[in-house]
Every structure is written in C-alpha cells, then in structure tokens.
Design a binder for this molecule. Structure first.
Ligand code: NDP
Length: 408
C-alpha cells in the first residue's frame, strides 16, 4: 500500500531507520517493524512514540524463512521492505519480495553463515527476475556501502569524465568507554575485519595480510575534524560493485581506523579460537564460538549512552576532465552524542540507518525508478544525497592531494 514500509531487523541500525521513517510522516504513513523476537521492536516502538508521537506496528518474523517473510508482507502490504537484519537473511528476504512484488533495500551484501565470504554475485543473480517482476532491489544502501557509492557517482557526474583512483577513508574517532566493543553486530563485524585484505589495482584484486597481522598495510591519515588517525587497508564490499561500475577505474582502496587496543583484542580472539565460525563441541553439543562471543560482547546499540566524539567517512577521488587531472575529497562528519540526542543511537548505527530510509524515499516518491537489481552508484546520486543531508548527514567537497600509489 502506498506509504507503507516494512523494516526487518530491530538492532542498532533498524532502530535508527524506524525513527527516521517516523520523522518523515509525509512519505511513511504506516511503519511496520519486525524482528525474530518482539522485545527489541517493542522497545523501539515505545521510544518512537515518545520522541515523535508516531505509532508503529511491531511483528515477529524469522527472516530465514521465505514463507514467514511472504506471510508478513501479505499481512502488512508494504510498498518497500528495508532489510536491516543480518546479511545471512538477504536472499530469503529478496526471494520473499520477488514472490510478493515488493521493492527491496538492504545495507550489507549476502554472506553464507558457514563461510566468512561476502559478495554480490548471489544477489546480482536476481537481476533478470526483478526486471521481469517490475520491482527494484537497491543493494548496500547504508553509508559504506551506500553513501560512499553515491559519493563516487556524484563526483563523476559533477566533475570528471573518468575516475582513475578512489580511496575510501572511514574513521570512527569516538569513544564508548568499553575495553572492547564493536559498533555494529559483533559477529558480522569481526568476520569482516579479520578477513584477508583485497584492493583493486589495474583490473586485478591484490591480496594483502589482514589488519591484525604485523605485515598489515597502514598509514596515518589526517581526517577533517578527527585529526590524524592510523588507517588500515581493509576489504569492503562497495569495492566489488564500484570496480565494475566506475569507467576507467585503475585503483581503489578502502581504509579504516583501528586502535592498538582493538587490534590486540582481535589477535587474542583469533589465537584462542573464540572468533571461529565453525562448530566446536561443548558439553556434548555443538556451539559456534563467534556466536558465544557475540553474547558476551556489549550490544552495539547499548554503547550509545556514553559515546562521544566524531565519525568521518569519505571518498578521495582522482579523475580527469578534458585531459586535466585533479582530486576531490567528499566526506561527512557525524557526532555520536548528537545522534544519541536525536534518536537514541550512536553514530555508526545512525550513518547506516539514515541512508536506507532515504533510498526508500527515493523509490516511494518515484525519484528512483526502473526494475532490476541496482547498486547505489547506478542510481541518480543527487536527490539521494540531498535527502541523506536533509535527514542528518550533510557532505562537504574539498580539493585534496591524491594519496600516494604505494603506502606501507
Ligand atoms: P544487530 O545485530 O544489532 O541487529 C540485527 C537485527 O536483526 C536484530 O533485531 C536481530 O534480532 C534481527 N535478526 C537477526 N536474525 C534474524 C532473523 N533470522 N529473522 C528476523 N530478524 C533477525 O545488527 P545492526 O543493527 O548492527 O546491523 C544491521 C545490518 O546493518 C547488518 O546487516 C549490518 O551488516 C548492516 N550495517 C551496514 C552498514 C553500512 O554502512 N552499510 C554499517 C553497519 C551495519 P536479535 O536481536 O533477536 O538477534
């Protein structure tokens, strides 16, 4: 039904999305929020009512079950489903949207539970089916991936004929006062950052050691507002689609800041095996160590209360226009405490939760049209980034020096 949205997943990111939908009542007339138990959706419902005076409806769904998601979609009749559960559920929710003819948005690409490998291929495989059904799937519409993809598309549209180099930089310069915690789902986060690192160079993927390896590649980058921060080369999923969709791209790297304390914790977890994703026998039954670890670590949503400091994410892009080569840096700064004041969440959940709501606005307002499966850089970046800015994440574009070809 026009103006109805269904959000699946009621963690840190789902909570921000529910608040932001409630703050856009002209677009979102009915908001449904579902998760695998009712406690978190109901807590969010209460907070949304308190802050914005909006009633949202909550539901239980096991999003691993296509039949359950189909039944929920049939009951709630959304125009768009925003998937903010875990990457494991991407395919079942996409399949349910296909069966019911409803648009689909997510913020992280599919991962099989038993293998720490994330890639777009299984979701891109839906392209023809979505085209035939006349519906849209927008993949990776968080901040990174998501806004970073739109930043590249915007710079290409506004300044360049071709883009040669992209360096994505992501600094969380905030502090939550815990000895170790992750800023989004611990299981997904630890799987991501402990992987071998890849970057794109002259049509090939170059493999380098993971961030906690003594031979990892890192350098000090001077972030706007946050200042100099040690930034580590990391594989991040937006590189897979950008490498395909940016014409003439020669090199692309992704850099993220990590503190020495965080890396030490990761090394210890790896060495004692508590971050393993394969089952081990414990008291006669199999357990997955990383899932047990997740239960011990702070819930990322709970970090928000005492979080302070900034998060800065942006793209340094070198391109050519009429044979002239130059570099632009486009970035956004968010403030943990400010996000908490507005929606009760920390900045990492906020930066991931605002953009998918804006992507839903683009679809529901008929700004993004077309049928098929899209990554964000394939869609018009201007109205999307305008909406993202209006909803709390403005950007700035400055001239910049290109980062050196060889680092570390
Ligand atoms: P959380 O773990 O906090 O929340 C996930 C939510 O999904 C929880 O409510 C969880 O329920 C629910 N869930 C898990 N499995 C199922 C299932 N089978 N059926 C129904 N609901 C389920 O994660 P975050 O909010 O931190 O992250 C959400 C997503 O956002 C992740 O995919 C993450 O990768 C992505 N993300 C994207 C970013 C970007 O910039 N692109 C940045 C940060 C995150 P329960 O609590 O009961 O487990």
């Amino acid at each position: 039904m026009k103006g109805t949205v269904l959000i699946i997943g009621a963690g840190g990111v789902g909570s921000v999305a529910a608040h932001k939908c409630a703050m856009n009542p002209k677009v979102f007339k009915k908001i449904h929020l579902a998760s695998r138990s009712i406690t978190k959706p109901n807590a969010i419902k209460k907070d949304v009512k308190k802050r914005h005076g909006v009633n949202i409806q909550t539901h239980i769904v096991d999003a691993d079950s296509i039949a359950e998601v189909v039944a929920l979609i049939e009951r709630t009749e959304p125009e768009v489903v925003i998937n903010l559960a875990l990457p494991y559920q991407d395919l079942s929710i996409m399949e349910a949207c296909l069966k019911t003819g409803v648009h689909y948005i997510d913020t992280a690409n599919y991962e099989p539970k038993d293998e720490a490998r994330f890639e777009y291929a299984p979701q891109w495989a839906y392209r023809k089916k979505y085209e035939k059904r006349g519906i849209m799937a927008v993949l990776g519409a968080g901040f990174d991936p998501g806004v970073t993809n739109a930043y590249c598309a915007l710079l290409l549209k506004r300044y360049f004929d071709t883009i040669r180099f992209v360096d994505i930089v992501d600094a969380n310069a905030g502090s939550h006062g815990k000895s170790f915690a992750t800023n989004f789902n611990p299981e997904i986060n630890i799987r991501e950052v402990t992987q071998e690192v890849k970057h794109f160079n002259k049509g090939k993927w170059i493999i380098t050691p993971p961030i906690m390896d003594p031979k990892s590649i890192h350098f000090t980058f001077n972030y706007p507002v946050a200042g100099p921060r040690e930034s580590y080369l990391l594989y991040h999923e937006e590189m897979e689609s950008l490498a395909k969709n940016l014409p003439g791209l020669e090199r692309m790297r992704f850099w993220m800041t990590f503190g020495e304390n965080y890396l030490t914790h990761l090394r210890v977890m790896e060495s004692i095996g508590i971050s393993r994703i394969d089952p081990v026998m414990f008291e006669g039954r199999p357990i997955i160590p990383i899932q047990f670890l997740k239960a011990l670590l702070p819930d990322p949503a709970s970090l928000a209360t005492n979080y302070h400091g900034k998060a800065v994410i942006g793209c340094i892009v070198t391109g050519r226009k009429s044979k002239k080569e130059f570099t632009k840096f486009i970035y956004s700064v968010s403030d943990h405490a400010k996000c908490f004041k507005e929606v009760g969440s920390q900045a990492v959940s906020y930066t991931a939760g605002v953009p998918p709501v804006c992507a839903a606005i683009m679809i529901m307002a008929g700004v993004w049209t077309g049928a098929g499966v899209f990554n964000v850089e394939e869609l018009n970046p201007e109205p999307f980034l305008k909406s993202v800015a209006k909803n709390g994440l403005p950007y700035k574009i400055v001239d910049h020096k290109p980062l050196p070809a060889k680092i570390g």
